[in-house]
Write a protein that binds this ligand. Structure first.
Ligand SMILES: NC(=O)c1ccc[n+]([C@@H]2O[C@H](COP(=O)([O-])OP(=O)(O)OC[C@H]3O[C@@H](n4cnc5c(N)ncnc54)[C@H](OP(=O)(O)O)[C@@H]3O)[C@@H](O)[C@H]2O)c1
Length: 320
């Protein structure tokens, strides 16, 4: 089958199309004929070689999110999955291929009418967004600030917070054009990346969902209202400085909270029904799947170039 490998770590030119052997599904696994592949931020991090100290080696097939049809199941897997269309998490590798293997606990059947491209645009990101808001104890009537809102996770946070009755949904983004698109998805106030630039925006927020991290993380702790909760779900600008937590302590009398959130900590029994409901919301038109571009699999390097250039709004989808 055709797949894309990271032939060498570094810039996107290290991604090459290769002919590789199909791996049969093992116990507890299914084999998927892939129709669409979600290009995630973590794929670019792996491609650059940033995670080479964590066991990632050149030669791997990147990609963690696909949608398609089950062709074969491994031992002990319910054979009625064969022929069904589904969304699948493939782990930290294996997605950029015509066929992909996934564990049965990491698959979710597609609702009728949902395209594979839409499924990989929201399957992971909206689930992260949903549980990040749960982790932040978001309640209707509260104000929310989404930092790094123009990515697929941020867009889903904006829509879910607006749909969940937020009193305000402020977003940080790098341009007025991106801000306009976020307004169409439910943002009420558009801020620049530093969190300023909208005089009518609330000064402080009950919930901050941060996908950016990096040197300015503590500035957003300062934007929390009394009893406000900040949840960091991504670090696209890098790790915060080591002493960033001192700002939390400096505002001791505000009873603010800071937390990290990883979907890995959500039990499968909660994660999969939530994902199924989110996919159904997209099929009904209640939630948007915002794909920046749909490209053929052999243009994976171009997809990564666009990601590195910071021009992507939402998600890029590859099709084999
Ligand atoms: N917690 C979990 O369970 C989980 C699961 C999957 C992924 N993740 C993490 O989520 C992150 C990727 O999420 P994503 O795909 O939604 O994000 P993304 O598209 O890579 O980035 C989101 C937005 O952040 C802004 N941004 C980029 N660099 C910035 C910088 N240096 N300073 C300020 N803003 C910047 C950009 O928007 P503007 O240009 O408009 O500002 C960008 O569109 C990764 O860190 C990944 O590891 C977490």
């Amino acid at each position: 089958m055709r797949a894309v490998k990271i032939e060498r770590f570094g810039d996107p030119s290290g991604l090459v199309v290769a002919e590789v052997d199909e791996a049969p599904p093992g116990p507890g696994e299914v084999l998927v004929a892939v129709e669409a592949i979600g290009v995630g931020g973590v794929d670019a991090v792996i491609r650059r070689g940033t995670l080479s100290g964590f066991g990632f080696e050149e030669g791997l097939i990147p990609g963690s999110e696909v949608a398609g049809t089950v062709t074969t199941v491994g031992p002990d897997v319910d054979p009625t999955w064969v022929g069904r269309r589904l969304w699948a998490f493939t782990g930290t590798s294996g997605g950029y291929a015509e066929q992909a293997v996934a564990r049965v606990e990491d698959i979710t059947a597609l609702p009728d009418g949902l395209s594979a491209a839409d499924a990989v645009t929201v399957g992971s990101s909206a689930t992260v967004a949903h549980f990040a808001l749960v982790h932040a104890h978001f309640a209707p009537g509260e104000s929310v600030l989404v930092r790094g809102a123009a990515g697929s996770i941020g867009i889903a946070v904006v829509e879910l917070a607006a749909r969940g009755g937020a009193s305000a949904v402020a977003v940080t983004t790098s341009s007025p054009q991106r801000g306009e698109r976020l307004r169409e998805l439910g943002a009420t106030h558009v801020l620049d990346r530093s969190g300023h630039g909208a005089p009518d925006a609330p000064e402080s927020y009950d919930v901050v969902i941060d996908i950016v991290g990096g040197p300015a993380t503590a500035d957003f702790i300062d934007r929390l209202a009394a009893n406000g909760r900040m949840v960091i779900v991504g670090v696209v600008a890098g790790m915060p400085p080591a002493d960033f937590g001192s700002r939390l302590l400096a505002s001791f009398q505000q009873s603010r909270s800071f937390a990290t959130f990883s979907l890995d900590t959500v039990p499968v029994a909660a994660r999969n029904p939530a994902r199924a409901e989110l996919l159904a919301s997209v099929a009904r038109g209640d939630l948007h799947a915002v794909a920046h571009d749909v490209l053929p699999l052999d243009q994976a390097a171009e997809a990564h170039r666009q990601m590195d250039a910071g021009t992507v709004f939402g998600r890029i989808v590859l099709v084999p």
